[in-house]
Design a protein around this ligand. Structure first.
Ligand code: ZN
Ligand code: FE
Length: 254
C-alpha cells in the first residue's frame, strides 16, 4: 500500500485510490467520473471498492464504477448500501495480495450507526469518523458511541496515517483554537495548514500522533478542554465522555 492518491470530489471530499502496479482500489467513491478519469489517465484497472458508510458522498459512484468494472464491493454489514457484496463486521480482515492490501475492519459507529474504518500497514481509512483536527457529526449514533469509536482510533500507534474523507481541516482548527487557545502544537499546526491551503494543497493524511496533540475531540483529558466544556455547559463537566459530548455539541453551533 505504498501508493495512495487523493482524488478530489465534490467541494471537499477525497476519494482515496490505492495503487499497486496497474491495479487499483478506491475508498468511498461518492462519484465515479473523477475515478474513471484517473484510472484511464494512468492505465489502471479497478479491482476493489471499499466503503466506510452509506452517505451518498461516499457511495454514490458505486453503480457507475461497477458498470465499468465488476469488482467486489466491501462495506459495513449493518448498513444497506446498493452494490455491497462483501459485508464486513468488526474484526474482519480483507486480504488482497494482488493489491498489496491487508486491512482490518474497525466498527466506529456514531456518525452513522454502522460506520466502519479500515486499518493496516500503519494506514487508517476512517471516512467521516475522525477528521484532521475534528470529527464527524453524530447523525445516527450517540455521543457515547462516537466517543468509544474515537477512543479506538486514538489507541492506534501514533505513526498511523489518517486518511479521512473530507478536507475540513482549516475550519476544524479554527474551532479547535476556540476550545484550546493555549495549545502550542495546535497553534503551529494551524499555521502549517493555513499555508498548505493557501497553496490549495491537501492537509491530509494526518497522523494519530498529530491528532492526539491537537484534535480537541481526542483531548478530553486536557484541563483547557475540560474548562471549555464547562464554560459551554455552564456547569462542571465531569468525565472524558461528557467532555467530548459537550465539545461536539458546541461545534454543531460554532
Ligand atoms: Zn458521512
Ligand atoms: Fe462525508
Amino acid at each position: 500500500m505504498e501508493n495512495i492518491i487523493a482524488i478530489p470530489a465534490f467541494n471537499d471530499n477525497y476519494i482515496w485510490l490505492l495503487r499497486h502496479g496497474d491495479r487499483a482500489a478506491v475508498v468511498d467513491p461518492g462519484i465515479a467520473a473523477p475515478v474513471l478519469a484517473h484510472l484511464a489517465g494512468h492505465g489502471l484497472t479497478l479491482a476493489a471498492i471499499f466503503l466506510t458508510h452509506h452517505h451518498g458522498d461516499h457511495s454514490g459512484g458505486v453503480a457507475d464504477l461497477l458498470a465499468n468494472y465488476p469488482v467486489p464491493v466491501y462495506g459495513p454489514a449493518s448498513e444497506s448500501i446498493a452494490g455491497v457484496d462483501h459485508p464486513l463486521h468488526d474484526g474482519d480482515r480483507v486480504t488482497l495480495p494482488d493489491l498489496d492490501i491487508d486491512l482490518t475492519v474497525l466498527d466506529v459507529g456514531g456518525h452513522t450507526r454502522g460506520h466502519i474504518a479500515y486499518y493496516g500497514a500503519s494506514v487508517l481509512f476512517c471516512g467521516d469518523t475522525l477528521f484532521a483536527g475534528g470529527c464527524g457529526r453524530i447523525f445516527e449514533g450517540t455521543a457515547a458511541q462516537m466517543w468509544r469509536s474515537l477512543s479506538r482510533l486514538a489507541a492506534l500507534p501514533p505513526e498511523t496515517k489518517v486518511y479521512c474523507a473530507h478536507e475540513y481541516t482549516q475550519a476544524n482548527l479554527r474551532f479547535a483554537l476556540a476550545v484550546e487557545p493555549d495549545n502550542a502544537a495546535l497553534q503551529a499546526r494551524a499555521r502549517e495548514v493555513a499555508e498548505l491551503r493557501s497553496d490549495c494543497l491537501p492537509t491530509v493524511p494526518s497522523s494519530i500522533g498529530v491528532e492526539l496533540a491537537t484534535n480537541p475531540f481526542l483531548r478530553s483529558n486536557s484541563a483547557t478542554v475540560v474548562a471549555s466544556a464547562t464554560r459551554f455547559r455552564g456547569n462542571p463537566v465531569v468525565g472524558e465522555e461528557a467532555v467530548f459530548a459537550a465539545i461536539r455539541e458546541w461545534k454543531n453551533s460554532f
